[in-house]
Design a protein around this ligand. Sequence first.
Ligand code: VGL
Ligand code: ZN
Length: 453
Amino acid sequence: MGCGASSSRSAAPEVEPKALKAVVPALAGEPADAANSANGGAVKDRDAKPLRLDTSKRLENANDFAALARAASSEAATAEDSTPRKKPLAKLATIDVDQLREEFTRCDVDGNGTLNKEQLTALLTEIVGTDLGAAIDSSGTSVMDSMFAALDEDSSGEIDLDELLAAWRAWFGQAMNPVRCLLIIDVQNDFISGTLRVDKCPAQQDGGAIVPVINAMRAQLPWDAVAVSLDWHPHVHCSFAECFVEQSDDGAAFPLHSSQEAAEAASPAPFSTLTLLSPDGESPMKQILWPRHCVQDTWGAECHPDLARAESDVIVYKGTDARVDSYSAFYDNQKLNQTTLIAELRKRGVTHLFVTGIALDVCVAFSALHAAEEGFVVTVVHDACAGVSEQGIAEKFDAFKKVGITVAQSSELPGLFAKSSLDELTNAALRVRRAKEVSGMMQFESGHGMPID
Ligand code: VGL
Ligand code: ZN
């Protein structure tokens, strides 16, 4: 098929219009509603891909996360203490009230039904996986002082089981369980061995090499959710250089902005940039022209065959609107529409996102920045990403630094998992403790006009 009008099955509708601005249909003859919904609606079953559940494949390049987790959780252990830890790191995300009860009984060594500070320290050290005896938080306060003060509801100097369980329900359980999502961006054939393979781009990074790294992360760390994005373009798309070649009728489908020289737009080279007219009908829209890639329902748009998948994965289709590109898995480049991703993450209570995939300086970077904008705690996993250009990567890393996005190696993840739980717990305990102190003082100050003291 030539580059005719976009085919009727082009829209893999998955998003709700964000509708901040009126969307003007740019495709001649297309009714406004069709244009608005071109990138909207629910993911249909026909889009479901065959699943690969074998996560044991091709782990040879990958980290041994179990060993790393053990190392991370026994950082404080002495050289003589070679006893393997009873609880692997994975327990951090799954500890529940029953385990907490069990630990309480185990740590109540004198059997008096309450825990003193030493016994509480043993309990928390066990469930956090880090020796808390001498731990101090970022404000210089002893973590155990804060924990004890926060848990000792009746100020008896001892913690009983009711106090521990009540705190677990109120703040302690939540702090111990950050909800972590692995986000896998565009690990698709075209970006690895097809028309837009990153190993032929300036940075010459091998997209295939990240697959075993992602699979190992997925198999060996306790994820609460996994989301997979797919670049999913109609055959005619405003990001395809092929659609602008002279004599093709497709270029006409994507009007140029008035600032764009028409001559430059005739047969533009792949990887050059044009200024198109945004679907809003007024704004300039810079667009890099890529070789045609990731066309819906073609081999190039399929995930790499070795990428581990599961039925429960959140699947996000992006770039489905012919008129506007979508680097981010959250929003299109003009923020006219959003994908289903935010809603799916909110539904699952996700707090922390770990971003992997292709291309580091394009779709991974824009997804990470939008994730930070949405309030998630974001980590980009460097060795689980492949990028287009060194310069682009350096620029994006600067941006990550500015907005507080962490760049980590996959080998650091077990440590980061342990740290995020501990940070949350420490902060929550400090808040509760301080709030108790402050509200206690407020009682005396609340009688206006009464003498204090
Ligand atoms: C991407 C260029 C064009 C990506 C998608 O996934 O990074 N790059 N479309
Ligand atoms: Zn694309």
